[in-house]
Design a protein around this ligand. Structure first.
Ligand SMILES: [Zn+2]
Length: 61
């Protein structure tokens, strides 16, 4: 990957400046904080797990 000046969140698909990178994939601050507060919300939790699996598949080259 080259230098990236903008990040597209893999969860919400929006361009965000602030967030975290997991396995070279970007997750925006809003989604990251939502993940933190998602522990008891099983539906959202499963959604995020699904997204994480996609990340793993993309990274696992
Ligand atoms: Zn997001």
């Amino acid at each position: 990957m080259d230098n990236q000046t903008e990040h597209v969140c893999i969860i919400c698909g929006q361009d965000k400046e602030e967030g975290i990178c997991i396995l070279s994939q970007f997750i925006c601050e809003a989604c990251e904080s939502e993940m933190v507060h998602t522990n008891t919300e099983e539906v959202k939790y499963r959604f995020f797990i699904h997204q994480m699996k996609q990340i793993s598949e993309q990274v696992n080259v």
